[in-house]
Design a protein around this ligand. Structure first.
Ligand code: NAD
Ligand code: IPM
Ligand code: MN
Length: 351
């Protein structure tokens, strides 16, 4: 029996994870679901944002389904020593799972162009896969400190780190439209110079069937919303990928439509890309679509059940058409939307 560990976390995390688990149980009733603590709530209870009990539960897990972590700007969690903050719990989880490739699909489903603030002719047919490096760069380098009136973070990448994430991007492009855009800041940063050199060399050695081009991150920040149709797979380092993917959420219409899969050496980690949304937490109005689609990615990538994943994607698209949530200008609350997904899965055209 496959085992999925769920980590609902803070803010809207528990609300959207409950919705995703409901849908997961419907399409995969044989899966064993085990809930554990992470983030600020875990710190309050155990003094650790990634408690040992949670760490132990990952040992025999096939996949992890995460909600969100973190508090509002004025939360006392933000004044803790950095390693005890909710976000550090999430980073430690990613590290423990070894999941270095974070897949963030940006898709506008047919018939849902009206949810995008972009002109319909720009939004129509958009299908981008952002592959974000997740375990390196400025997020993780050990050389970080505040010293009086100066502060240091270091951005560092090694060739093996670049190659392993680039491989995932090339592999994904082979299943898609065969194009990879590598995004960097090679006109200024040495790290980007190495990144560009290694991605190019790997392509020339092993992936000559994939078309590779290089673009600067500032330019991509403009082009990804001005002309999203030009991208197939985007591969980039940790911080650039974090920022570009929130920006790309504008294309489908909301952060609530952005799922993700993080793959690597161990069990996969699946999480919406949005945060804990303190402004709407506890009101039952969060859009659970990103969490539900993350459960779909879990079925696809970790449990190898593409049919169940496709069923979820079709049901979410149908629910979005008929019961859009408030972030998309609609009226549906979390429950109404989740029921719409479950109803759609039961309908013959989807199930
Ligand atoms: P956020 O993503 O939580 O919210 C940004 C805006 O988007 C808010 O207006 C919010 O209401 C809205 N939003 C986000 N998800 C939504 C959803 N599913 N449905 C409807 N509206 C949604 O970003 P933030 O406010 O910058 O961060 C809040 C907290 O979340 C911080 O503590 C931050 O560190 C944390 N965070 C955690 C994760 C994660 O757990 N993976 C990701 C990003 C931010
Ligand atoms: C994300 C988040 C996290 C990140 C934070 C909360 C650590 O913004 O998953 O996009 O920066 O990776
Ligand atoms: Mn982010």
């Amino acid at each position: 029996m496959p085992k999925v560990v769920t980590l609902p976390g803070d803010g809207i995390g528990p609300e959207v994870t409950a919705a995703a688990v409901e849908v997961l149980r419907e399409v995969a009733p044989d899966v064993k679901v085990e809930e554990h603590a992470i983030g600020g709530g875990a710190y309050d209870r155990d003094g650790d944002p990634f408690p040992q009990r949670t760490r132990d539960a990952l040992g025999d897990a096939d996949a992890v389904l995460l909600g969100t972590v973190g508090g509002p700007q004025n939360s006392p969690w933000n004044s803790l020593p950095r390693h005890l903050r909710p976000e550090s719990g999430l980073l430690a989880l990613r590290k423990a799972l070894g999941c270095y490739a974070n897949l963030r699909p940006v898709r506008v489903q047919p018939g849902l162009e009206h949810l995008s603030p972009l002109k319909p002719e720009l939004a129509r047919g958009v299908d981008i896969l952002i592959v974000r490096e997740l375990l390196g760069g400025i997020y993780f380098d050990g050389d970080r400190r505040i010293e009086g009136g100066a502060a240091y973070n270091t951005m560092r990448y090694t060739t093996p780190e670049v190659e392993r994430v680039a491989r995932v991007a090339f592999w994904a492009a082979e299943q898609r439209r065969g194009r990879v855009t590598s995004v960097d800041k090679a006109n200024v940063l040495e790290v980007s110079e190495l990144w560009r050199r290694d991605v190019t060399a790997l392509r020339n050695r092993e992936y000559r069937n994939v078309h590779l081009n290089h673009e600067y991150v500032d330019s991509v920040a403009m082009l990804i919303v001005a002309d999203p149709g030009r991208y197939d797979v985007i591969v980039t380092e940790n911080l650039f990928g974090d920022i570009l993917s929130d920006l790309a959420a504008v294309i489908p219409g909301s952060l609530g439509l952005m799922p993700s899969a993080s793959l690597g050496d161990g069990p996969g980690l699946f999480e919406p890309i949005h945060g804990s949304a303190p402004d709407i937490a506890g009101q039952g109005i969060a859009n659970p679509a990103a969490a539900i689609m993350s459960a779909g990615m879990l079925l696809r990538h970790s449990l190898h059940r593409p049919e169940a994943a496709n069923q979820i994607d079709r049901a979410v698209a149908l629910a979005l058409r008929e019961h859009p949530t408030r972030d998309l200008g609609g009226k549906a609350d979390t429950r109404t939307f989740t029921h719409a997904v479950l109803d759609a899965m039961a309908s013959p055209s989807v199930g």
